[in-house]
Structure formats: C-alpha cells, structure tokens
Design a protein around this ligand. Sequence first.
Ligand code: ADP
Ligand code: MG
Length: 252
Amino acid sequence: SGIKFDNYDDIPVEASGKDVPEPLLEFDSPPLDALLLENIKLAGFNKPTPVQKYSVPIVTNNRDLMACAQTGSGKTGGFLFPVFTELFESGPSPMPEKAQSFYSKKGYPSALVLAPTRELATQIFEEARKFTYRSWVRPCVVYGGAPIGNQMREVDRGCDLLVATPGRLNDLLERGKISLANIKYLVLDEADRMLDMGFEPQIRHIVEECDMPSVGNRQTLMFSATFPVDIQHLARDFLDNYIFLSVGRVGS
Ligand code: ADP
Ligand code: MG
C-alpha cells in the first residue's frame, strides 16, 4: 500500500498539543537550511508530504513529537529535514570535556535515530547520505548480524548522525566505542515494531545514556504506525510537552 504522492493533500492530519506551529506548505528557506534545500531538490522532492508539513515546524520550534503515520508517508524526511537544518547551521559542537578524557576519537553523535531492523536502518542512512551531501555532517549506520569491526572503524572516522538498531548500539556502548553524552536529537522510528521485537529494555537503557546531558535539552521524536498502550507509556516517559500528530487512518 502506501501513499500516492500525487494526491497526498487529501490525507487527513490531526495535530494536538499546546501551541501547535503552523504547517510548512512548501520546501522553503527558512525554516529549512539552504544547502539542505538544494539536496532535497536533487532528491526530486518538490513538496513536503503531510507528515513533513507538520513535523518540520514542530521540530524547528524545539518541540517533542509523537507522530502516528503509515508506511510510505515520508516520515524519514519528517525528522531528517529539521534535524539537518539545525546541525548544518550550528556547525560541529565541541566535544564535552568529560568525554575528551575518555574518547580519543570522534564517535560522538549529536543525533541518534533508532530503527528496528538492518533494512530500515540502512534505508534511513541512505536518505541521510543524500541530504547531507556537501555538508559537514557525517552519518553512520550500525546494526546487528554484520561484523562489528567495520562499523567501529566507520564510527571512528567521525559520526554526527548515528542510525542504529538497539541491540548493536548497546553492544557498542558496552565497548565504549560511542558516547551518547552529546545527543541533541533522539528519534525512535517505527517504535511499535521495535517494541514488538522485544527492544524495550535496550531502548530504555539507550535513553538513560542520552540523559547524561552535557548539551542541555534533548529533543525526542517518536514515530509509530500505531498507538497502543505500550507506545503511549514510552511517549509519557520519554517526551516532554509533546505535540501529537496523526496522519491518515491510525490503528491502535
Ligand atoms: P515512511 O518512513 O513514512 O515509510 P519514507 O520516508 O521512507 O516513508 O518515504 C517513502 C518514499 O517516499 C521514499 O521513497 C521517499 O524517498 C519518498 N518521499 C518522501 N518524501 C517525499 C517528498 N516530499 N516528495 C517526494 N517523495 C518523497
Ligand atoms: Mg520509515
């Protein structure tokens, strides 16, 4: 199934929460970064999808987000566009002192995207590569079922946005190869699938690692096709004064 992009304006969108920002009707600068817009154009994207229209201004206005939207609705751009805008424009952040003594290399992401499977993590990484073209931001991806050594070497070469499956990320955390002390953006993509796969303990541990703050407020964005009670609990525990976005028909 999925959404046809020629008629996605018909898709109903509901946004609730305090002070919901106005949706973004076109890919425009501002709020989006000019280099990012060039990369969006290179990717052949002409207009934001409904989830992108709402999520971009929500995130650029520093709000947490719980978004329910079906597969194919453009969620990846919905979180990558505002996060890259912020990263492109703020430039590399200096490594916090606490970490300098511990980490000699640059496995020090500002943004973390958790995804349930190798396939989905790779898709997000490939999108991230397109949209960071000619920018200072270097994306990396780590997932289980593949040699960890190559992934560690990639992370050591510099990692500003990390896309990860929860199990492999925990493995790298245990080995001291990655620090989450600098995370400004945490994205849980396909959160319902991650819970179905039994990743809740790993996710909670990862969020605790992000909560050892050195940069102040972390922004958290959750995406899910459905909104069952266990996802509602994660939203309650991880999100702060969030906006709830529901795109299309959402099951529970
Ligand atoms: P989801 O994560 O919601 O399943 P994706 O972010 O993977 O959806 O997007 C689904 C497909 O639509 C991808 O092939 C993506 O490149 C494409 N797409 C996303 N946003 C746009 C857009 N604004 N314009 C055109 N195509 C888009
Ligand atoms: Mg997706």
